[in-house]
Unconditional design. Structure first.
Length: 320
């Protein structure tokens, strides 16, 4: 199935609004008035942006709502232009090609309490989770970390969801010295507590480093970027597939996973942001620039998450 056939929904932008500095929300509704496909908390949709690039956005409204999807888009001028084109060129009334919801950041059925840690636009999947908990007795707590009030999307919605003092909104003013110390919340995991974290890589790495003593099945990450993020020093490289004997080139701006797909090689994948672990592949040779949140240091010599990680230097050989 190619990407076009996956974008089966045609949704109209009913309303768009600036919800924080450089962040725009889009309320999407069916053109034909039908009920939208259901989604679960933490789900995302893929959207064809006006420039043609397909981008993934978390749904941030209540999963009980079947007449609209709500997404928020950060105008990231360092990206490849997909989100910028959506913010700059999509207007109310436009019709967008959208996929049905998928979920690589599911709430665990075994969880009896939740700790959410969100950084900036990373609040979006967590918002839908909090909406889903409102009608339950399940305890939850949110640590919401942003630079300032005006860079905090949905700040009033979040405050209105805080019925019991379970929300802490912290602004660091862009000063590292003002970073919130998360250790008091992470030092002693509570029984049946699950942690969901979404935000910038630096935040997720800090949380990962402070949760080594948690059961790994109770710590969940979601990245709001995907494998398409290009770093200034990225280079093309070759991937050798040991079992088939084929060699593929992975270009700048393309993931190994995408190069494999283009060559007709099917590999399981889900989040495509280095957080779910689905695309784990055995590495037989080569030096990897690991960009995922999944692999343990002791796994990094023999495993690679092909949706985000690249060659550090030279060719890679995979057990495919
Ligand atoms: Fe989720 Fe690669 S598809 S880590």
């Amino acid at each position: 199935m190619n990407e076009d056939t996956k974008l089966a929904l045609k949704l109209r932008i009913r309303r768009t609004e600036t919800v924080a500095r450089d962040i725009q929300s889009f309320e999407l509704t069916p053109c034909d008035g039908r009920t939208l496909p259901a989604f679960t908390p933490g789900a995302h949709i893929k959207v064809r942006t006006p420039c043609g690039l397909i981008r993934k956005y978390s749904l941030c409204n209540s999963p009980n709502e079947r007449d609209r999807y709500l997404i928020a888009v950060k105008r990231d001028s360092t990206g490849q232009g997909g989100s910028v084109s959506l913010v700059d060129h999509a207007v109310e009334g436009d019709i967008l090609d959208v996929s049905e919801p998928e979920n690589a950041f599911r709430m665990s059925r075994g969880a009896r309490r939740f700790l959410f840690i969100a950084g900036g636009i990373g609040i979006t999947p967590i918002l839908s989770m909090i909406h889903s908990l409102r009608a339950t007795d399940t305890p939850w707590q949110l640590l919401y970390l942003t630079r300032s009030v005006d860079s905090t999307p949905f700040i009033q919605d979040i405050k209105s969801l805080d019925s019991n003092g379970q929300v802490l909104i912290h602004h660091d003013g862009g000063d590292f010295e003002q970073t919130l110390d998360l250790w008091p919340w992470l030092e002693h995991p509570k029984q049946h507590q699950h942690l969901y974290c979404c935000g910038p890589r630096s935040l997720m790495e800090a949380v990962r480093d402070m949760t080594g003593h948690w059961d790994s099945g109770r710590v969940h990450f979601e990245s709001f970027t995907d494998g398409s993020v290009v770093r200034p020093d990225d280079q093309p490289f070759l991937v050798h597939l040991a079992r088939s004997g084929r060699t593929l080139e992975v270009s700048v701006g393309e993931s190994i996973l995408e190069a494999l797909r283009s060559a007709g090689v099917v590999v399981p994948a889900s989040c495509e942001s280095g957080t779910c672990g689905t695309c784990r592949t055995s590495l037989l040779a080569g030096q990897v620039d690991h960009r995922d949140m999944v692999l343990l240091p002791e796994e990094q010599d023999t495993q690679i998450m092909i949706c985000v990680s690249r060659s550090l230097n030279g060719d890679l050989t995979l057990d495919l």
